[in-house]
Design a protein. Structure first.
Length: 116
């Protein structure tokens, strides 16, 4: 993980702890765009939820994944993972991105990965 995106945006990095978990939608890998958002850190989660293409309300849409596995499986998201809670990103096919702060993410309940 790098802190380049944080430097570019002028925000203080919040590096996820080793072995913390992200919520990921593995069934959607390969679709575009790539979505990421960070809720507040809770338990063994680091607040990140990542999915591809369209979002689903299905209860099993997100699955827990230790952050170390993203290095091999989704290296294109690593540079965003130091963004603080409340940030979102979109990565498009063309390699372009959108990154923004969404305060509403800080008051939204997070998905519980501690049971997995």
């Amino acid at each position: 993980m790098t802190e380049d995106v944080c430097k570019r945006l002028g925000v203080t990095p919040v590096v996820p702890t080793p072995q913390s978990k992200v919520g990921i939608a593995p069934q959607s890998i390969g679709e575009m765009p790539i979505h990421g958002l960070r809720h507040s850190v809770e338990g063994d989660t680091n607040g990140w939820y990542i999915w591809f293409g369209e979002y689903s309300e299905e209860a099993d849409f997100f699955q827990p994944l230790h952050i170390e596995h993203l290095t091999d499986r989704l290296p294109q998201v690593l540079e965003y993972l130091c963004l603080p809670q409340g940030y979102r990103f979109l990565i498009y096919d063309e390699g372009t991105e959108d990154v923004w702060y969404d305060e509403s993410l800080l008051s939204t309940l997070t998905w519980n990965t501690s049971t997995s």
